[in-house]
Design a protein around this ligand. Sequence first.
Ligand code: 13P
Ligand code: SF4
Length: 322
Amino acid sequence: MNVEKGYIDAPVPAEVKDLKEEIARLKKEKKAVIMAHYYQKGEIQDLADYIGDSLALAQKAAQTDAEIIVMCGVHFMGETAKILCPDRKVLIPDMTAGCSLADSCPAEEYAEFIKAHPGHTVISYVNTTAEVKALTDIMVTSGNARKIVDSLPSDEKIIFGPDRNLGEYINSVTGREMVLWNGACHVHERFSLEKIKELKKEHPQAEILVHPECRKPLQMIADKVGSTAVLLKHAVESPVKEFIVATESGILHEMERKCPEKTFIPAPPEDSTCGCNDCSFMKLNTLEKLYNCLRYEQPEIIVDKELAEKARRPIERMLELS
Ligand code: 13P
Ligand code: SF4
């Protein structure tokens, strides 16, 4: 089957009456597990065996005994799963689901940056390519970055990349002066501080939840800064009933499912009349592509063996320290 487009572009057979049921049947037949990030479309999250943030998905991938892992997320998530489970088949519904943050850190330039800072420990965010991971000492996600940085001696010199907003946030909460790579996520950088302040005036009781990939002024007005899983936990546990949510809008699906009595307002981006902020890469995965991916077992994530070995060490170090 042709995957030239990055996904299998085949019609769903007419005899398939219920696509969701058919995906569930194929999954069982093939002993596959479906993992989905919180930014996936709601219908994909509903079908997944596990939904989670980047950290939880890496942890689940490391533990699974399924023969096939279908990673409903972006490419670096599938690549991380493949690096951790080289003997499993790792599939992704759309291979072109990239990440602007990973793209903001080309491996050759990162290698130069590291060379320019001898004696520094290299900590990198998991939103990176396998090549960048191979240059790294310890990987982190937004869910464990603070804990991992705190576990290192206070005088240890650190390079942190690629997300400068997360890096600045970690510097501010740990008192470190990590040297930061200047990268960012186009989705989280788009949020409008002004529009969020307006929303807060309209909903004075609402708490503002902010992902650390957002810019510092947003972090400063937040009631809670954290990874998607941390924000979700906060929404569940808080006595407050209304929340303004400044991260990709897919997270609202699980927040609303877990807290049907609460109201979640997506924080708006600067450059759009639309009220919410989607990651176009995350939303490339659809039910049809997921179905075809399971049916034809393609597109498959392949990582060069030698590269995977180098990239595995910093991910395993992260999992040990998490
Ligand atoms: P977390 O899953 O760590 O919250 O990160 C968000 C993200 O941008 C993933 O692409
Ligand atoms: Fe990458 Fe940003 Fe999309 Fe996450 S939301 S996958 S960091 S582009």
